[in-house]
Design a protein around this ligand. Structure first.
Ligand code: SAM
Length: 236
């Protein structure tokens, strides 16, 4: 964990206590910072995630790494019963204050507090990248999903157009941390955000890892030119 006058950020080995402490520090202004840094695209990404999950009224859906519940709340618009789990108590408390109607509980993506096959669908938005064992998290998501159930991973990815990719990486590494200093309660977390996105597998590599973790029919769809990718799969 690095500590600077700007706050604190986790290192890329993503120790759970460091990740949780870093998100505790961003919780107060998390939702606003997201919308500012993504130019409002976050709302579109969340709606696309809900749509890709093909939820039906009465389905049970688990949102892992739910944070303040902003992603969980969107899922409930389908009529499904949506519950969120997160490692950071600071994020969960912020969510309890702003969205008291959203069920949120403490839980680690690597050891979810649910029985096997409890959910019709599971999803994880902008959180898989922060878990220190991606493959184990994907297997744990499969464990709590019923056979035939759906997975959608919504995560930053690799823009497909090379010119756009160059501009985007420059925004990520230079402008984004600077803008975060004006809005976030823990700007250093946004340096980690930029570093962790750069180190994250591209669309094809992530699809291979999803397929190796007990999921079938893996496919992905790029959003915003590949800034974000939705990986969709079915529990075998
Ligand atoms: C960038 S936020 C995403 C929040 C929300 N899903 C959204 O779409 O805005 C990432 C969240 O993942 C959580 N997280 C990181 N590692 C986790 C783990 N091992 N288990 C559960 N949550 C985790 C963090 O605490 C944080 O709240």
């Amino acid at each position: 964990m690095s500590r600077t006058p700007q706050g604190q950020r986790a290192s890329l080995d993503k120790q759970p206590h460091e990740v949780a402490a870093m998100f505790d520090g961003v919780a107060a202004r998390y939702d606003l910072t997201n919308t500012v840094l993504s130019f409002g695209q976050d709302r579109f990404w969340r709606r696309a995630t809900r749509s890709a999950l093909e939820l039906r009224p009465g389905d049970r859906v688990l949102d892992v790494g739910a944070g303040t519940g902003v992603s969980t709340e969107e899922l409930a618009h389908s009529g499904a019963y949506a519950v969120g789990a997160d490692l950071s108590l600071g994020m969960l408390y912020a969510g309890k204050r702003t969205r008291p109607q959203v069920p949120l509980l403490a839980g680690d993506a690597l050891r979810l507090p649910f029985a096997d096959a409890s959910f019709d669908a599971v999803t994880i938005s902008f959180a898989l990248r922060n878990v220190n064992d991606t493959d184990a998290a994907l297997r744990e998501l499969a464990r709590v999903t019923r056979p035939g159930g759906r997975l959608v991973v919504c995560e930053f990815s690799t823009p497909v157009n090379p010119a756009f990719r160059t501009v985007y990486l420059s925004y990520l590494m230079r402008s984004l941390p600077a803008v975060a200093r004006t809005v976030s309660s823990n700007p250093d977390a946004y340096v980690y955000l930029a570093e962790s996105i750069r180190a994250w597998p591209d669309q094809e590599a992530l699809a291979a890892r999803v397929g190796a973790a007990g999921w079938g029919r893996v496919a992905w769809r790029n959003l915003t030119g590949g800034v974000v990718a939705l990986h969709r799969a079915t529990r075998e």
